[in-house]
Design a protein around this ligand. Structure first.
Ligand code: GLP
Length: 257
């Protein structure tokens, strides 16, 4: 049945298959709204990428209707590229500012991201790790890469990893090339929250759509917890909601028969 929690493979992981990406974005926005309306100072963790584009639009609409108030909220991004330059439109802090933050009256000082242009990247990783840990993110939105990456934790990432500089996988650079003038313009390095950092959030909400994600989704949800599929680390978290469209769910036991 579409739109209802289909099954709980364990007591803490809920999988919901929605009929299309718009319904999926609405369900994700419902979760964000429920969290924000019951929390005095919401600390929302956000991902970037195509999977969350409709969610951002939905949040902007709800804010305009007065259903959501970002006044007291703080937003924490999962990751960002290294060396793009502070004004580059694909710097994730700028993407979230342009697509979401400025339309919901979020104070720019309340949008937090790792600085991929910091002079000392090791120091920046440690600053951001401390900030995220101290801030206690309540709800974390996540996407999954085609190769099973989570944030920019590529295959091979330690399940206990913390915020650090990482080398991007070729498939990730190829997938993200659509946002750049050419494939050669995609950076080779990024700063990402680690898999252990991400698991500190109170509630993980994972969004995946499209058939290109089907294998990674199956491995992440039904396979072993392994560094080879960093997104499988969500199985270690006590509270996870996974939102899929039928194509992303197709190879799982939650997909169409
Ligand atoms: C990107 C981001 C992730 C995102 C994932 C999926 O490279 N670093 O945070 O969740 O890969 O991206 P998309 O939603 O565009 O498929």
């Amino acid at each position: 049945m579409v739109g209802k929690p289909l099954s709980k493979p364990s007591s803490h992981l809920e999988v919901i298959v929605e009929r299309d990406v718009f319904t999926l974005a609405r369900t994700a926005a419902d979760l964000v709204q429920a969290y924000m309306s019951t929390t005095g100072e919401p600390r929302l963790g956000l991902a970037t990428g195509g999977s969350v584009a409709d969610l951002y639009r939905n949040l902007v609409l709800r804010s305009r209707k007065g259903w959501l108030d970002f006044g007291g909220a703080r937003i924490f991004l999962l990751d960002d590229y290294v060396g793009l330059g502070r004004s580059h439109p694909q710097r994730y802090a700028n993407v979230v500012m342009t697509r979401l933050a400025r339309h919901v009256d979020l104070d720019p000082h309340r949008l937090h991201a790792p600085d991929g242009d910091a002079g000392d990247l090791a120091e920046e990783c440690s600053r951001y790790e401390d900030l995220v840990c101290r801030s206690e993110v309540g709800l974390q939105i996540l996407g999954i890469g085609r190769n099973g990456h989570l944030a920019f934790n590529e295959p091979g990432s330690c399940l206990e990893s913390r915020t650090r500089v990482v080398e991007l996988a070729e498939v990730t650079r190829a997938d993200n090339a659509r946002y750049f003038p050419g494939p050669e313009d995609v950076p080779f390095l990024a700063i990402t929250q680690g898999l252990a950092t991400i698991r500190q959030a109170g509630h993980l909400v994972v969004l995946a759509t499209g058939s290109s994600k089907a294998r990674a989704v199956r491995a992440a949800l039904q396979g072993p917890v392994t560094s080879d599929i960093p997104a499988s680390a969500v199985q270690l978290h006590p509270r996870v909601t996974v939102l899929l469209d039928p194509s992303a769910a197709a190879l799982t036991r939650f997909g169409p028969a």
